[in-house]
Design a protein around this ligand. Structure first.
Ligand SMILES: [Fe+2]
Length: 326
């Protein structure tokens, strides 16, 4: 019935509503409740099986790695490494890129783990503030831990946004709660929850698509993320991890941008990771890679987990420049 809906009023009431009501409006009730239920199960599981946690590999490493670094006197060295952000550059050659997008540059930030990586987050505006780019993307893990409060991480990312130019897009990682979406979107990050947006230049366009976390919550839906995009158009897919990369390559994605691994964070000389928290081949753990005709890039990210230290694996922001193959 025409005239019943008052959009400005609805928008205002959605902004004023409680976080759950807002999220149900943003994602749809089924999606929002399924995501939050999965998050609640993780929290409940932590409460129930304390013994299992204490003996889990993650918990053992959480204690053993900082202890080992302190005992060997290498903690400060690792901390200095973890705060020295590099700017990596990656050129991606695409045959179907419209001429008008030749040179289009994407600033890629990932794995801020903001509330447990405050020193490197404080250094970030000084690095990104000097960069030239057309869009900025975040590929998840805004929060430090995979559970617990998210307010401090949200606060730090919101503050960071004053140093980031628009437009900016993002996806959630396995450390993120969907309750972050409202604050991130209000700060100017358009979150792509199995969604896409076009970037238009004159009569041409490319697309940024994003999937929800495919690693732990497995709420990724690639079909929904590319819904409505014409077959021949260039698609840049944001995904927290490389999970689903085979489908993305078959699904005619041109470029897949990921994080999650931290590049190993603590690596052997030559950047050889000891652990990657990934089910995939080592060549997908850091830097550029390729699957068929799809280009991919896994960023080493900015923050740290387990311990604020990096070895042979500097934190990075990445500038991806799209080039039209002649
Ligand atoms: Fe991470």
């Amino acid at each position: 019935m025409v005239g019943i809906l008052n959009w400005p009023e609805l928008e205002q009431s959605a902004q004023d509503s409680d976080p759950l009501t807002w999220l149900k409006g943003r994602l749809g009730p089924l999606y929002a409740l399924t995501r939050l239920q999965k998050e609640a199960l993780l929290e409940a599981d932590r409460g129930r099986s304390r013994l299992r946690q204490l003996t889990s590999l993650y918990h053992v490493l959480d204690l053993a790695v900082p202890l080992a670094l302190r005992m060997t006197g290498t903690m400060r060295w690792g901390q200095r490494n973890a705060r020295a952000i590099l700017v990596a550059k990656n050129e991606v050659f695409l045959p179907n890129l419209p001429e008008t997008f030749d040179g289009f540059t994407i600033l890629h930030l990932t794995d801020l783990h903001a509330d447990i990586s405050e020193a490197v987050i404080a250094a970030l505006p000084g690095v990104v503030g000097q960069l030239e780019y057309d869009v900025c993307v975040f590929t998840g893990d805004f929060r430090g831990k995979a559970y617990g409060p998210h307010a401090r991480s949200e606060e730090l990312v919101v503050a960071l946004m004053s140093a980031i130019r628009q437009p900016t897009f993002g996806v959630l990682g396995n450390h993120d709660t969907a309750l972050l979406i409202r604050g991130l979107e209000r700060a100017g990050i358009t979150m792509l929850m199995n969604e896409n947006v076009p970037i238009v230049r004159g009569n041409d366009r490319i697309w940024i698509a994003g999937v929800d976390d495919p690693h732990h919550y497995r709420m990724d839906d690639l079909a929904a993320a590319v819904d409505g995009i014409p077959d021949d158009d260039v698609v840049v897919l944001l995904s927290h991890s490389t999970d689903g990369y085979e489908c993305a390559a078959d699904g005619e994605i041109e470029l897949m941008l990921c994080g999650h691994t931290h590049g190993g964070q603590i690596c052997l000389p030559g950047g050889l990771p000891v652990m990657t928290s990934s089910r995939h081949p080592r060549q997908l753990a850091a830097g550029p890679w390729r699957m068929g005709r799809m280009a991919g890039y896994t960023s080493r990210g900015i923050g740290t987990s387990l311990v604020e230290a990096r070895f042979n694996c500097a934190p990075e922001v990445v500038l991806h420049t799209l080039r039209r193959t002649r």
